[in-house]
Write a new protein. Structure first.
Length: 230
């Protein structure tokens, strides 16, 4: 510490020693921070930060599209698709926007035989119906199953994962005329087909019965297409 010449008369006016090199270094550091901050502030915002859909969307995964359905939800309109991923020996269920970017996807190792959509609960957003061939905990036999997923905040969420229906399903979809009702095509015996009806009850669906029996799948499919939401 030192005493300035004009302050000798007061022993209490004491000043700290100022290191000139340290002072210069601090000034240079402050100047550099100021310049960097100014550049960042003046830089234009990229299109990705301006477009909220681009922030969450990811580039489309490579692979062959096996099934595709247009899907509408409160936050977007796009498509649901099933894609084969040869590199992973797997399939993926994906929701994509109209520009071809994936928001969310689920991976499966089992074969998929059907993909449909329909506003099952009439809330304005489509549910996704996935037909998958697999075993389940409560039915350890390899057979066709019906899984339903909802789209919530750009994410796929399980809506109903059926262990099994009255009979093995061939096709299915949301009823065109009745809220919370599923219409199915099920094989009966070796050569006949039936249109089945299931209604939602609490967290699952209850079998209501068969509408009609058909001798050919073509006839059954024709009436089924008039019954379901498409």
């Amino acid at each position: 510490m030192y005493f300035p010449d004009n302050k000798f008369e007061s022993p209490y006016n004491i000043y700290p020693v100022v290191d000139k090199k340290l002072q210069t270094g601090l000034l240079l550091t402050a100047l550099i921070i100021f310049v960097i901050t100014g550049i960042a502030f003046l830089s234009p915002v990229s299109n990705h930060t301006q477009n909220t859909t681009s922030i969450k969307a990811k580039p489309l995964t490579e692979g062959k599209v096996l099934f595709s359905q247009p899907v509408h939800e409160a936050m977007f309109s796009g498509s649901a698709l099933v894609r084969s991923l040869p590199a992973n020996h797997a399939l993926s269920l994906e929701i994509c926007n109209s520009s071809g970017y994936t928001y969310d996807k689920l991976m499966f190792s089992e074969p998929v035989f059907q993909l449909r959509k329909g506003d099952l609960n009439r809330d304005g957003s489509d549910e996704i119906f996935l037909g998958i061939i697999k075993k389940t905990k409560f039915d350890p036999v390899l057979k066709k199953r019906m899984f339903i997923f909802s789209v919530d905040s750009l994410c796929l969420r399980p809506f109903f994962l059926s262990s099994r229906l009255s009979s093995e399903p061939i096709d299915f979809g949301a009823s065109r005329s009745t809220k919370n009702q599923i219409i199915t095509i099920e094989k009966s015996g070796t050569s006949t087909f039936k249109i089945g009806v299931y209604s939602r009850l609490d967290f699952g669906f209850i079998f209501k019965g068969y509408k009609k029996t058909y001798n050919t799948l073509t006839e059954c499919q024709r009436d089924f297409n008039h019954e379901i939401y498409q």
